[in-house]
Design a protein. Structure first.
Length: 112
């Protein structure tokens, strides 16, 4: 029961801080009207619905794991994991890359 009381106190404190910050900043910066405590609570609830939802944080973590697993499997399935040849890439590009690009451009211009 103590946890519930602490949660209610935290929500009330957060509503009060939101109200004070709003009334301190928003009328001066944007010309908005000051709000009362219950409007501050309403803003918190509305922002939670729009930006955070009311779902469990475990669902978000499992969703991230699914996405991560999906993309990592796409990157590794059938992919060549031998990166030893990449150390020669810069040398190749300096020697033949520009000429290969010019040949490609010439080929595209002739074909079009």
């Amino acid at each position: 029961m103590i946890g519930g009381i602490q949660l209610i106190a935290l929500i009330m404190l957060f509503g009060y801080v939101t109200m004070r910050l709003w009334n301190w900043l928003m009328p001066e910066i944007f010309g908005l009207v000051p709000i009362d405590y219950w409007q501050a609570i309403g803003i918190i609830v509305l922002s939670k619905i729009i930006f955070g939802g009311f779902g469990s944080h475990n669902k978000a973590k499992s969703r991230k794991k699914k996405i991560s697993k999906k993309f990592s499997s796409k990157c590794t399935n059938g992919g060549n994991k031998d990166f030893s040849k990449w150390k020669y890439y810069d040398q190749f590009w300096e020697a033949e890359g520009n000429q290969a690009f010019e040949n490609y451009v010439k080929y595209k211009k002739e074909g079009a």
